[in-house]
Each structure stands twice: as structure tokens, then as C-alpha cells.
Design a binder for this molecule. Sequence first.
Ligand code: ATP
Length: 224
Amino acid sequence: MSDPALRPLGLFGGTFDPVHFGHLRLAEEAREALGLAGIRWLPAGQPPHRERPRIDPAHRLAMVRLAVAGNGHFSVDPAEVEAAGPSYTVTTLARLRRELGPAQPLVLLMGADAFAGLAGWHRWQEIFSLAHLAVLHRPGYALRPEALPDPLAREFLQRQGDVPEDLARAPAGCILPLPMTQLDISATHVRVLLARGASPRYLLPDAVLDYIRRHQLYGPPAHP
Ligand code: ATP
């Protein structure tokens, strides 16, 4: 790549309720495999396409900050959490596109489960004009056109990239499937363990678990 300033930049949105090692490993492996200049983590404020998270978005943001601390390639963008209304990925991407200019390749990172639901997102087809997508394999979720809803399968077939270099050739528009170490970890499972009073240790960073304990998040319901 001739212009290092235009190395693709990774963007990683999620509810992160709470952030866990599946997220961190996804970001680390995608950064290396795609030669990304860095990754901006984008914790969602009030995600419109799923159930509203139970805990204060400020806690989710604080946990993401703790999780990425010490990794010089990762940064956290608090804009969606700090916004008053619901967050839409397409609006966030449009803002970042304005900020970073038309030539900067942007790569939205997501797991195969999130990708399978993409056609339900607000103005989802516009996302392809704003960023590339890198779709990471996740245990239990097939990444095959037959497993996707029709309009999304069509986009996938038309836009599918073969190699990471495809993402540096244009600012947006490509969909690249990407293998990663398969970690069957979900925030749902972490929440279930905590609600049961069981230990989620080693599924998420100690600093995040300490934060959860200190603020008594996701805990078993207090007994009268
Ligand atoms: P929940 O269980 O609450 O639905 P989650 O663990 O899926 O949460 P999210 O914050 O919804 O976490 O996910 C953010 C992004 O990370 C999504 O694109 C999702 O596909 C991806 N992701 C989460 N966990 C993994 C994992 N273990 N392997 C690969 N991708 C993952």
C-alpha cells in the first residue's frame, strides 16, 4: 500500500453488555489479518434493532474502556452512548465518513450472527456505500448465502471479497468473510452466570469483572 495514511480503519460496534474475550479476540485477529491502522470501538447507546440493554450505557462504555486499555491499536468512540436518541450504525458511519474523508477505507467488523440480521437495520443498504464489512465466523452461525435472507444473500454474492487487500483498494463496498479463533462466548451467557451467582471469570477481562462486582451489575436479584 503506497499511502500508509489510507490503511483501512476498523470500526467495531456492539452492545458490549458486557464486553468479553470473544469481542477482544475478534478485534485483535481482524486488525492483524486485515492490516488495519487501528480499531475504533463504538459501544451502542440505545440500539433500535434489539431489546434495550438493562444497564446504564455509561457502565457499558466504562467496561469497554477498561477492556481495551493497554492496546495502542484500539480506541473508544463514546458518541453513540452520549447521544440523546437511539443509535443507528448508518448515521455513525456517515459521521465518521465526514470526519475521515471520502478516500479512507473503513471496515465495519461484525460477527456472523450480526451480519445475518443486517437486513433489519435502519437504511442497511446505505452501509455498503459508507464502509466495507468484515464478517467474522462465530460458533453456531453459518456464513452461507443460503442461510441469509434473500436481499442480503444477493448483496453478499455481489460484494464478496476474496483477500484482505480488496479492502484497501476502495473506501467501501466489499464484504469479506474472515475466520477467527472460535470462542463460544456471549454476553448473554456472561449475564446468565452472574445472575445465577456463578463465576464468569476467564470469559472476560479481570478488570471488567472487577468493575461489574464493584458496581453490582447483572447480579442475582437481592433477596428481601
Ligand atoms: P448478546 O449475547 O447480549 O447478544 P454478544 O455477545 O453477541 O451479546 P454484542 O455486543 O451483541 O455481543 O456483539 C458485538 C459484536 O461482536 C457483534 O457483531 C457480534 O456478532 C460479535 N461477537 C460477539 N461475541 C462474539 C464471539 N464470541 N465470536 C465472534 N463474534 C462475536
